[in-house]
Design a protein around this ligand. Sequence first.
Ligand code: SF4
Length: 280
Amino acid sequence: MKKIKTQQIIEVVKTMCIEANCILGEDIVAALTKTLTLEKSPMGKEIIKQLIENSRIAKEEKMPLCQDTGFTVIFLEIGQEVQIMGGDLDQAINEGVRQGYQEGCLRKSIVSDPFRRKNTGDNTPAVIHTTIVPGDRLKIVVAPKGAGSENMSEIRMLLPSEGLKGVENFVVDRVNRSGGNPCPPIIVGVGIGGTFEKCALLAKQALLRPLGTRNTDPFYADLEKNLLKKINNLGIGPMGLGGQITALEVFVDAHPCHIASLPVAVNIQCHSARHKEAIL
Ligand code: SF4
């Protein structure tokens, strides 16, 4: 049995909250740089250059990439042979978030109740998704999620007879209706199958995939490519001001589903696609 102290978890989560908010992943910077040769709109090109410059300044000066430092979404994979020592795991995660947002001078964006709307003052509670897996490792992913793109996300319970065409139409229409609101170029996470809540989780987890990768199932890999092409043909462009590059990537993940269901979720991620991973 591997023993992991809650203090270690607090420290790691604190550091990842700061790093995730200040350092854009190399895959995203590389994808943005690549689009400079593809984007034909002068305004679109200029915006992409500014996004790349923004990521450089944020990294060098340890400043947040964006004023919206997000809802802290945490994915935990806990090995069956791991024992957490020294306190409550969820409390340790939240303490790490609290310290990270405080030390990193990151905006606190969480209100304690959807109607009474009093700011909790420390960006807690985090949304924590936990999976038990074989082995003796604890994997922690910190993924701050801004509201601008999250608000453009949607679930539909399609009829199975609506099929692939129904899914494609829904995803492309969802992006089209979003326009410039989610700060394009975006990454589109699509979850298909499972139940109402499962497809939403699939869509969110799909956003964690490194840019440039494809679903290992050729059927879904083709769907990803087709959706990306259709979305970029919409002409929304960087920051919604027109152009060829509306999305950097579309990631689709699927799950077995009920004979009478075809659930589809679209989780939209802005260009400030922040996530960090640690393994203890
Ligand atoms: S959508 Fe993303 S880039 Fe735009 S304001 Fe929100 S977090 Fe920032």
